[in-house]
Design a protein around this ligand. Structure first.
Ligand code: ZN
Length: 204
């Protein structure tokens, strides 16, 4: 006997990344890091989760992998550590998900709850998008291309969200700048909507 049992394993089974991601009935992505944020409340209508909003964020702006986004969404940022952090002191926000530059997904709020990501916003004539949307923050800026790893994770996450919340359809995926024009610019011109939308279509 040898230990080379992998000879008989189908290649598909040897690649965990091929497995679809799953959102539990409680609204948590099974494979993500969970960092619960206190910045959320109840949705006015739990049966209406019908929009996906793409954002970007980096803290300090333009710096990646600092851990500051996670701290910010949990009200644990040291506001004396950077001039920009003083500007956002007292701001209470969150998103459901954050995808860092290497594609790691962190979840702060379950999808069934209302995260505070969109602010003053309007989608197809309907205001207060937080009520009925899910927010995904990509670590980045408007000026820098996102990484391949981010697109891969974003597509897998989107697929999982559309499976758990089927009212989110391809035409109900939007950018923060589209629902808060003049106020927000993210995810910015460097987000490749064509690539992302082609991937969503292929998965569907
Ligand atoms: Zn945003």
């Amino acid at each position: 006997m040898t230990s080379r049992s992998s000879d008989t394993t189908p290649s598909q089974g040897a690649q965990p990344s091929q497995k679809p991601w799953m959102i539990t009935a409680e609204g948590w992505l099974e494979t993500s890091n969970s960092v619960p944020s206190p910045n959320f409340d109840d949705r006015p209508d739990l049966s209406d989760i019908s929009l996906l909003v793409i954002h970007n964020i980096s803290l300090p702006p333009g710096q990646f992998g600092t851990g500051c986004v996670e701290q910010f969404f949990c009200n644990q940022l040291d506001h004396s550590a950077h001039p920009f952090f003083e500007e956002i002191e007292g701001v209470r926000v969150s998103s459901h998900f954050f995808i860092d530059r290497i594609g790691t997904v962190t979840q702060f709020v379950p999808t069934v709850a209302r995260a505070w990501h969109a602010g003053l916003s309007c989608f197809e004539g309907r205001a207060a998008c937080n009520d009925f949307s899910i927010g995904i923050e990509l670590e980045g800026t408007d000026e820098q291309p996102y990484t391949d790893e981010q697109y891969i994770s974003l597509l897998k996450l989107t697929d999982a969200l559309m499976t758990r919340h089927p009212q989110i359809t391809p035409v109900r995926i939007t950018g923060h700048s589209d629902i808060a024009p003049g106020r927000k610019t993210d995810p910015g011109p460097c987000f490749d909507w064509k690539r992302f939308r082609a991937g969503v279509k292929r998965q569907g």
